[in-house]
Each structure stands twice: as C-alpha cells, then as structure tokens.
Design a protein around this ligand. Structure first.
Ligand code: APR
Length: 194
C-alpha cells in the first residue's frame, strides 16, 4: 500500500500561482493533469512510467494508440510531450513528457529537460487544467543528477506558471524524502531571486 502525497513546501510565484513540492506516489495525487516521465517510443516502462500505466490501467495505452498510432510507429522527440486520457487515475489527463538521457551535461541535456517541462505545462494550459503534478523527469533510469534537474525544473516551471492562463498550481512530486529535500532546496535557491 502506497502512502498519500504530502505537501512539503509552497512558493507563490505570482498572485494565485503556486509552485509546490510534495512527497509520495504521484499516481495517488489528485490533480487535473499528471505528467509522466516517458520514453520517445511512448512504450511504457519502469519507474514512474510503469507506475502510471499500472495505476491508470490499459485505457492509457489504448488512448496513446488511438491518438498517435501503434507501438513502433508512434514517437515523441526528446524534450517534447503528448497528451492522453488518464484511465483510472484521479487525474483527467496524462501528459507524457520525454526527458533527456544524462550524458554528462554536454549534449544539451539542460535545454532538453527545460523543454520537456515547458512543453508539458503549455499542453496542460491548453487543455484548461488548473493543477498539474510533475515527477522529477530524467532523474531515475535516465540518470540526470537530481540537484541539477531540480534547478531546471523549478526555474522552468516558475517562469511558465507566471505566463500560464488556466494553470494555477504546479506540484513537483518527489518519490523519496531525499528527492523532496533536493526539490525544496532548489525552490529556496530560486524563490528569493524572482
Ligand atoms: N511517484 C513519483 N515519483 C516517482 C514514482 C512515483 N510513483 N516512481 C518513480 N518516481 C521517481 C524516481 O524516483 C525518479 O526520481 O521519478 C523520477 C524519474 O525516474 P524514472 O521513472 O526512472 O524516469 P526517467 O529517469 O525520466 O527515465 C525514463 O524510464 O521507465 C522508463 O519508460 C521510461 O524509458 C523511460 C525512462
């Protein structure tokens, strides 16, 4: 049994626009849109991708197939994102974002990661979502160092949140306590400067 998601920290980026850090299983999070750390084949996998497909059920894969074609045909570039239904999840939509594989930071990883976050938030905004939850994209199987990834996530989402129309609350959901601390530290580093 997984535990519910607990909010650890909140930053009001602009009046009525909140960037929050929470800890727990993102599939349990009650939000309009939930972001998945997917691969470019939109094929499912382990980590948070596996958890989202398990919790949401086959409807997510079926909807991906309907919208973007069968496995092996559909694809999403690194730094991009696509939308699907959310099946049995509490969320209404899943936004499948493709983060970069970490290669030491010399292959445009930071720009690609920022693009994955910004594109996801833009899609959520276009859908009319008021709240969106993100995992720490690329920081698991793809090996992006957590603190570096947290800075990219916080900076990118804060900027995008100010510019958004419908999205009012973005939550970065860390699975473990250490990741939650890393994200909170990143918010504390960025918040006073903006
Ligand atoms: N809730 C919140 N966060 C989670 C959960 C969960 N249920 N499960 C894992 N995480 C966290 C991990 O701890 C990590 O910090 O999500 C972060 C991203 O890790 P991955 O899921 O491994 O994603 P990523 O590094 O982007 O790699 C993507 O992994 O499974 C495959 O199909 C996926 O090929 C793609 C690759």
């Amino acid at each position: 049994m997984t535990t519910a998601v607990a909010t650890m920290h909140e930053w009001e980026v602009a009046p009525g626009r909140v960037l929050a850090v929470a800890q727990g299983d993102i599939t349990r999070f009650d939000t309009d849109a939930i972001v998945n750390a997917a691969n470019s084949g939109l094929a499912g996998g382990g980590g948070v991708d596996g958890a989202i497909h398990r919790a949401g059920g086959p409807a997510i894969m079926e909807d991906l197939e309907r919208r973007y074609g069968p496995l092996g045909v559909r694809s999403c570039p690194t730094g991009g994102a696509v939308v699907s239904a959310a099946g049995d999840l509490p969320a209404r939509w899943v936004i499948h974002a493709v983060g970069p594989v970490w290669h030491g930071g010399t292959r445009g990883e930071a720009d690609l990661l920022a693009s994955a976050y910004a594109t996801s938030l833009r899609l959520a905004d276009e859908l009319g979502a008021a709240s969106v939850a993100f995992p720490s994209i690329s920081t698991g199987v793809y090996g992006y160092p957590q603190a570096l990834a947290a800075d990219v996530a916080v900076l990118t989402l804060a900027e995008a949140l100010v510019a958004a129309s419908s999205v009012r609350r973005v939550t970065l959901v860390a699975y473990g306590a250490e990741s939650a601390r890393t994200l909170t530290d990143a918010v504390r580093r960025v918040a006073p400067a903006t």
